[in-house]
Write a new protein. Structure first.
Lengths: 162, 270
């Protein structure tokens, strides 16, 4: 009986040239969309910022107040329940005022000691776009009372090409 | 003579695996650095708290100032100044909801105090499930009149288009036709590329307010001497108004040329 000759098939090599092409395209697209300015500010997790066409890029951030559906947070420290702010009659929010007053004092001291150039009293507030205006005004009034007169609202930039 | 046996040489393939490794690392690094949501800031200025001066009995009021105010209520927007009020720009609020339970998106005309339920699972929507809030401008004689929607041609950036006389265009201009948008005085020619992205939609009340404010700003900035509050406007809103409306109104004021925007509360002061 004749021995059946087994023809050895050459191993199929992986063609990765097309994959390299895909990677090049993805890389070029990503490099184009990455902002060269970097990010000074990051959006809080559990809120949706309002969109704006006329916003400016943030330059310097010294203090951030976040008002989401549940809490009011100052520099990552949860201070109060958002619903309690809505219910209170007073324009000034006591726990927020205490923290802001302390921070403003520290800023002024740092200016006197020459640690910072100027105590600008800048604050960036991030509110969910569905927050009632009542809560926004109370936080703004508290900022103004504590000496933070330079208030900026964080927004999502609309219609901007990367 | 022995014939030289020509050995067919296979072209050696380039080893791309190290390149792939490099690219994989680069893609992951760039994705981690990428900022997909671009954040910006809208500036606002508050006067510093000071001690009252008992020597000043009467506040120093400058008669020449405009004291421009934009008042937002749940039915309309009224522009007021030292000399009186403009007719109210009425709007109808339409809300696009996104249900958190099943991500279903639906639109509904907003009625104050009405409970909105998802059409798929009947779940009551919370105020924080409102994704987009549209204020459609409505032509009305008074607050009791149901009114009719205003329509305008919208450019690819979402701005309503005006003709050379400053009236809203109710149809997309023909190729070569002139148009302009609020906040940009230059007239543009309609081209084929832009025309394909333009559409006729319900006019936003923000656009209507911005157009009125732009006219006021143009007239006011021609005064000699230039008034101190030429770029100032105060937005006055009810406490139940949502923050998004205030931000969109700030945008409208800034696009009309009023760069210094202050906020105030109806029945209070901020």
């Amino acid at each position: 009986m004749a021995k059946r000759k087994i023809k050895r098939q050459p191993e199929a090599g992986l063609i990765i040239t097309s994959l390299v092409d895909v990677f090049v395209i993805v890389l070029v697209y990503l490099i184009r969309s990455v902002s060269s300015e970097g990010s000074l500010m990051t959006s809080a997790d559990n809120l949706v910022l309002p969109m704006s066409q006329r916003s400016k890029s943030p330059t310097e951030i010294s203090l951030t107040i976040i008002g989401d559906q549940e809490h009011i947070t100052v520099d990552d420290v949860v201070l109060m329940n958002t619903e309690l702010v809505r219910k209170q009659d007073s324009l000034l929010v006591k726990p927020v005022l205490d923290v802001l007053t302390k921070k403003r004092e520290e800023e002024r001291k740092a200016e006197v000691l020459g640690l910072i150039k100027e105590a600008t009293g800048k604050v960036v507030v991030q509110f969910d776009k569905n927050t009632p205006y009542d809560i926004v005004t109370k936080i703004m009034a508290t900022c103004g009372y504590a000496g933070y007169n330079n208030i900026k609202f964080a927004v999502s930039k609309k219609n901007e090409e990367g | 003579m022995k014939k030289a046996r020509s050995k067919k040489q296979h072209a050696k393939e380039l080893d791309l695996i190290p390149v792939m490794n490099l690219f994989s690392i680069l893609v992951v690094t760039v994705i981690s650095m990428a900022q997909f949501e671009k954040l910006g800031v809208l500036e606002l200025w508050l006067p510093e708290r000071g001690q009252p001066n008992p020597a000043m009995d009467k506040p120093d009021i400058d008669e020449g100032l405009l004291n421009l105010t934009v008042i937002i209520t749940d039915k309309g927007v009224t522009i007021g100044a030292g000399g009186g009020f403009q007719p109210t720009i009425f709007y109808q609020e339409e809300v696009e909801y996104r249900s958190r339970s099943d991500q279903h998106v639906f639109r509904k005309v907003y009625v104050t105090g009405e409970e909105v339920k998802s059409p798929t699972d009947g779940k009551v929507m919370s105020p924080y499930e409102r994704e987009t809030i549209m204020l459609n401008s409505v032509n009305k004689k008074d607050s009791l009149d149901p009114g009719t929607y205003q329509y305008a041609a919208i450019d690819p950036e979402g701005n309503a288009m005006m003709d050379t006389a400053g009236n809203w265009l109710t149809a997309v201009p023909p190729l070569g036709g002139l148009y302009r948008v609020v906040g940009d005085e230059t007239l543009k020619h309609m081209d084929a590329r832009n025309a394909s992205f333009c559409k006729v939609e319900k006019l936003s009340a923000y656009q209507e307010v911005a157009k009125t404010l732009e006219k006021i700003h143009m007239l006011y900035s021609q005064r000699d001497p230039l008034p101190a509050d030429v770029d100032d406007v105060v937005i006055l809103a009810d406490e139940s108004v949502i923050y998004d409306k205030v931000i969109q109104m700030m945008d409208a004021c800034k696009s009309a040329g009023f760069d210094r925007v202050a906020l105030s509360l109806i029945g209070g002061e901020v």
